[in-house]
Design a protein around this ligand. Structure first.
Ligand SMILES: C[S@@+](CC[C@H](N)C(=O)[O-])C[C@H]1O[C@@H](n2cnc3c(N)ncnc32)[C@H](O)[C@@H]1O
Length: 366
């Protein structure tokens, strides 16, 4: 890791100027939630004569589309300089800005990996009833150039999605309820993003220990999730008031244990290791259907192995990864490290040992 990176800090100022002072090729992932340039001309009112709490902040105003484009070109180029060649950039936006940003990304040499649609399960209605309810935002995910190596934790995402491959349409609610930071009843930041969105982005495209940078830090959502998932983070924000909000928020975040965060390393393991399904242990006779496996080595949490390789515990039935995830409250889990078996000396041993044994045997035989 680069020695002079200001890790786990919020840097106050203009993101272009600050990015230009950071070392080249030093960060693993950038999540950018730039101004939308909504161009709101006047206040919005509901039919019942209450005012809509819309995004009308000064930081969202640009004199013209040209001025907005010029600013975006600068920050995107500055991001590209600090991103490692193996790093990826995510940008979130709405129809107001995302097409302009998409074209700039291509012009500046980035390579599209996906566009992800965040479908809001609880969007704000179109109060005047003159258009469709605007119920989604778009995330662009790009690597630095065509053919670049990059992180994609396929296994962790699949585990997160009940063992189904994660799709590019994400149904998640907007940030509301207790997660929404308020001061005297007013939103502390008009565009606070839901942590669930960042949880998915960081799980997909970074590993514990990586450096995640957000040039438009706002209320600090990216930093809060990065800290929780044991990634390093760097936030850049111009407004002192938002920095105060973010600092207070980050001070309250507890990182996951190292073991819980380690699942993402699975995505880095050699292909040979990743391909071994749990069922192979049954086929090879290293475990038997009906045998007990103990969650995190706790005898009180014993699951039974079914003949199809799934585990049963207290009415729950899922893969080793799925059940471990359910038992840990929904966080992604690496079942190979979560379950223990009893050996011939009544010692509890992690099942990953059996996997390693089988892999070593099959390697020797090949
Ligand atoms: C869309 S908001 C980001 C919200 C954030 N994702 C969150 O969850 O709270 C954009 C933020 O960028 C900040 N900003 C705008 N222009 C900036 C610039 N040139 N340099 C640094 N920050 C800037 C604004 O103050 C605002 O807080």
């Amino acid at each position: 890791m680069c020695a002079n990176l200001p890790l786990d800090q919020i840097l106050q100022g203009d993101c272009v100027e600050i990015l230009e002072r950071l070392p080249e090729k030093s960060v693993d992932l950038i999540f950018a939630d730039p101004p939308y340039n909504l161009q709101l001309q006047k206040e919005l009112w509901r039919p019942n004569q209450t005012r809509v709490d819309a995004v009308d902040d000064d930081w969202d105003h640009y004199d013209s589309l040209e001025a907005y484009d010029a600013f975006c070109r600068q920050w995107i180029a500055a991001c590209r300089r600090v991103l490692k060649d193996t790093g990826t950039l995510w940008v979130i936006g709405s129809y107001h800005n995302i097409f302009r940003i998409g074209a700039l990304l291509q012009d500046l040499g980035f390579w599209f990996l996906n566009d992800v649609i965040w479908i809001k399960t609880n969007p704000m209605p179109n109060f005047r009833g003159v258009r469709f309810t605007n119920a989604h935002e778009t995330l662009l995910w790009v690597s630095k150039f065509k053919g670049a190596r990059y992180t994609f934790n396929h296994h962790a995402l699949k585990a997160l999605n009940d063992d189904l491959q994660m799709r590019s349409d994400w149904l998640l609610p907007i940030c509301n309820g207790p997660e929404r930071i308020r001061h005297n009843g007013q939103k502390a930041h008009s565009t606070q993003k839901p942590e669930a969105l960042l949880y998915r982005v960081l799980t997909a495209a970074s590993c514990p220990g990586d450096v995640v940078l957000d040039p438009f830090f706002g209320s600090g959502t990216t930093g809060a999730v990065a800290k929780k998932l044991r990634r390093h983070w760097i936030g850049i924000e111009r407004e002192a008031e938002y920095i105060r909000v973010a600092e207070e928020r980050l001070a309250q975040v507890q990182p996951l244990s190292e073991e819980d965060a380690v699942y993402a390393l699975e995505g880095r393991a050699p292909a040979k290791t990743r391909r071994l399904p749990f069922g192979r242990l049954l086929e090879a006779g290293l475990l038997q259907p009906g045998q007990s496996l103990y969650y995190r080595g706790e005898r009180a949490q014993a699951a039974q192995v079914r003949a199809d390789g799934r585990l049963m515990l207290d009415g729950l039935c899922a893969s080793i990864h799925g059940l471990a995830s359910q038992l840990s409250g929904g966080a992604p889990a690496n079942g190979w490290l979560a379950w223990y078996y009893e050996d011939e000396n009544q010692r509890l041993c992690v099942i990953d040992e059996l996997r390693q044994r089988l892999l070593a045997d099959s390697h020797g035989a090949a």
